[in-house]
Ligand binder design. Structure first.
Ligand code: FAD
Length: 369
């Protein structure tokens, strides 16, 4: 059994398989886990914590992470929407913030207790996989040595440009938004309020504010010169990371062919609105590991596709809502959104999706979430 890619999703797959008695190999063409200062994913939702609880990773995440207690949307300095995530009752808080690199290190720590570590600088070479029932791939190690492996199961957790997906000739249909998004992480000289996330809507454009750690805040914007709009909560010590990216909405269907399975970004990508990407991928990994242990892995795609489509649709809607530019639509949004969220059922539905509770509950978890 081989897992291609040791991002958060590949690591979660390896760990869930290991704790069920399997010994998968996990390879990655990088040199190590995501650098701590370059973390894409931050939000870890309650569903992910539920899934990572049997392995003991959830409790480690909770110890290190910042719970996000409130979400605000502002327009022209007026608060349009305020959501208190503590309304979602359960064992874990609805969402907390931890840099992706830290989550990966915690997964690796527990995985190593099963004697499994990622083989770094080992690339799965994208060649055509002619027999997906008995997949065969070539691995290239750092010293250039090549190894051909024949597998009973191949898990493609190798990200958006997945070599495994391409080797199977599977498409990745969808669309890309025209706009670029810009990101900057600032470390402050003293702790900032790290317990809330906020979106400020301008005319045009938006700036999102998300906690990374107690004294690092991330800002994401549709405006290239957005830094002039930031109201810094304390003196800046350092700008720790800047990046820019385009948002794609794509997914592969089906999510498996023979004994080759796609998980995480290899299977679906969408906007970071709602902080679902890594969470949905970890959910894929946990479902696949359970199905493999049950001998039911051929059900994987049919079980995961509805959840994937639902999250893609939802993040598409959220992204359109915060990036809309047509003046009439903006006026309508600013008027109706606060009214709608006064209704308990609508607010609760939104909060449940923040917690990741809007996809099917994992059947192997026997306690209430
Ligand atoms: C700005 C931004 C913010 C985000 N915020 C959030 C958030 O708050 N919450 C959330 O849930 N998600 C978020 N996401 C999405 C999240 O980062 C991804 O969904 C997540 O990283 C996917 O994990 P993965 O393991 O599937 O893929 P990746 O993290 O891309 O890992 C894939 C791994 O495969 C390896 N690899 C690639 N090709 C090969 C090969 N041929 N051979 C061997 N190894 C290979 C790579 O080196 C890499 O380590 C965000 C994304 C962005 C861009």
């Amino acid at each position: 059994m081989l897992i291609a890619g040791a991002g958060p999703v590949g690591l979660a797959a390896a760990l869930e398989l290991a704790r069920r008695g399997f010994s998968p190999r996990i390879v990655d063409d990088g040199t190590g886990p995501t650098p701590l200062q370059e973390s894409r994913a931050l939000g870890v939702n309650a569903r992910t914590l539920t899934l990572l609880s049997p392995s003991g990773v959830a409790e480690r995440i909770v110890t290190d992470a910042q719970p996000i207690e409130r979400f605000r949307v502002r327009a022209n300095k007026k608060i349009l929407i305020e959501l208190d995530t503590r309304e979602v009752k359960g064992r874990f808080s609805a969402i907390c913030a931890l840099p992706q690199g830290s989550t990966e290190r915690l997964l690796m720590e527990v995985l190593s207790t099963y004697g499994i570590s990622p083989e770094w600088q080992t690339t799965v070479i994208a060649e055509a996989i002619s027999d997906p029932q008995k997949p065969e791939v070539t691995l290239r190690r750092a010293d250039g040595a090549l190894e051909t492996v024949q597998l009973d199961i191949l898990i493609g957790a190798d990200g958006a440009h997945s070599a495994v997906r391409k080797a199977l000739g599977a498409g990745f249909p969808g669309e890309a938004l025209e706009a670029y998004f810009y990101l900057a992480d600032f470390r402050y000289a003293e702790p900032a309020d790290a317990h809330f996330a906020e979106i400020s809507l301008f005319d045009p454009g938006m700036v999102g504010r998300l906690p990374v750690t107690a004294n690092i805040i991330r800002y994401i914007s549709t405006l290239e010169n957005f830094e002039s709009r930031i109201v810094h909560p304390a003196a800046i010590a350092e700008k720790t990371w800047v990046s820019q990216f385009r948002i794609h909405f794509r997914h592969v269907e089906p999510m498996a062919k023979g004994n080759v399975f796609f998980v995480g970004d290899a299977a679906h990508i969408h906007s970071p609105a709602g902080a679902r990407g890594m969470n949905l991928g970890i959910e894929d990994a946990c479902w696949l590991a359970w199905l493999i242990a049950e001998g039911r892995e051929q059900e994987y795609s049919a079980l995961r596709i509805p959840a994937v489509k639902q999250v893609l649709k939802q993040t598409y809607g959220l992204t359109r809502l915060v990036t809309m530019q047509r003046p009439l639509a903006v006026v309508a949004r600013n008027f109706f959104a606060p009214l709608l969220l006064r209704f308990g059922p609508i607010r609760r539905t939104l909060l449940r999706s923040v917690a990741g509770y809007d996809t099917p509950k994992p059947p192997w978890i026997d306690w209430a979430e």
